[in-house]
Ligand binder design. Sequence first.
Ligand SMILES: Cc1ncc(COP(=O)(O)O)c(C=O)c1O
Ligand SMILES: N[C@@H](CCOP(=O)(O)O)C(=O)O
Length: 461
Amino acid sequence: MRYISTRGTAPELSFEEAMLTGLARDGGLYVPQDVPVLTHAQIAAMAGKSYEEVAFDVMRPFIGDTFTDAEFKGLIDQAYAGFGHAARAPLVQLDANHYLLELFHGPTLAFKDFAMQLIGQMFQAALSRSGDRVTIVGATSGDTGSAAIEAFRGLAAVDVFILYPHGRVSEVQRRQMTTPVEANVHALAVDGDFDDCQAAVKDMFNDFAFRDEVRLAGVNSINWGRVLAQVVYYFTAAVSLGAPHREVSFTVPTGNFGDIFAGYIAKKMGLPIADLVVATNRNDILHRTLETGAYTKQGVTPTISPSMDIQVSSNFERALFDAYGRDGAAVAAQMEDLKSGGFEISQGAYQMLKETFKSGRASEEDTNAAIKTYFARHGELLCPHTAVGVHVAEPHLGRTPMVTLATAHPAKFPDAVKEAAGVTAPLPPRMADLYDRPERLTRVSGDLAALQAVIRERITH
Ligand SMILES: Cc1ncc(COP(=O)(O)O)c(C=O)c1O
Ligand SMILES: N[C@@H](CCOP(=O)(O)O)C(=O)O
């Protein structure tokens, strides 16, 4: 299996190289040259298997010879051993045809753990084999950062720097990033929004001298390994609801488009997915794009679902690449136009995207109301991102079972949940002293040179 860039001019890589490389050298994102298709029988055979067994079946065709089967099985087992639920990603029924897929039973209480715990294992295995070390620099609106820190804290071959927007993540999210004591963990509070943090990370990758000097690696969803690990739970959920013998739909709270893109890959692999619904908060660029065909940036507005406060949605580039018939030059041209505010998607490409994704948006009032209603009606306390999802899912309920992804635990957003439902969810006992632990962070401007200087100064090797 080879990996190619969405902008068409970077070298083709193996899975291991793509995983350790992060952003392609032409500024694009790596995608598999071909998406393997599983047969009806292979998908049917997943019924009754454990999460780890399905993970192996789904991911194995993508990893080439990076790991032997036995090694890869071992890494998968290790990755999910610390999850707080035997099913890893349990389904909870909300209504006759509406289900929640709980993706928050990992160590940092958000769906990011599914990929990050596995990436942590795969990085360790690959780096201990080569003897190399890397500097991970990631951008977060709250959850990627805490999951990355949890996965890489204390690893000798890795420094992990996380850029988060100062004042725009929840207190629990911030403390998850600022309280780990390991010297290889560096939380950087940036003056700006998530888009500024993500742009700085991409600029660092595009500065080849810096990139090579610090051996830069990325664990945002620019890393194909992140998307791949997220494909798995679409399979486990759909199969437990009757796939491949019947179709299932998914609604996905969306910001950087990585999670829903994983659903799109599951569909390309042969999983019978009827609707893939993009759910946005007030930062609704993806919903507007799917409605109009114009991707036009507006400023990021802070909301009670802060992890989705994003306007430059990184993985949309991967969808555009397919929509443009895998024409890297066309994608590169659109990404150039994005620098000056936006772009119009050509008619054919827009048609493909419209046929593939449905969408909706939830206002702050809608989000509040969903938290309140689902708690009163079902006793389910939703995090605000999940609440955006269930609100957007409602008009799409009916023909097929609908699965809304519950992307984070409500305890990560106690203020918003309390405001809407009048109650809070407790943190798990292992995190009970989170508010008492000392914090360690560095305030930084978004200036690239200043950020690079901080990283050079702090690297522990
Ligand atoms: C809790 C939560 N829900 C939804 C999202 C959106 O996911 P994605 O960025 O993959 O679209 C995020 C951020 O990634 C998140 O942290
Ligand atoms: N919502 C994310 C934003 C970064 O997304 P990623 O999937 O590209 O890492 C977060 O919580 O940080």
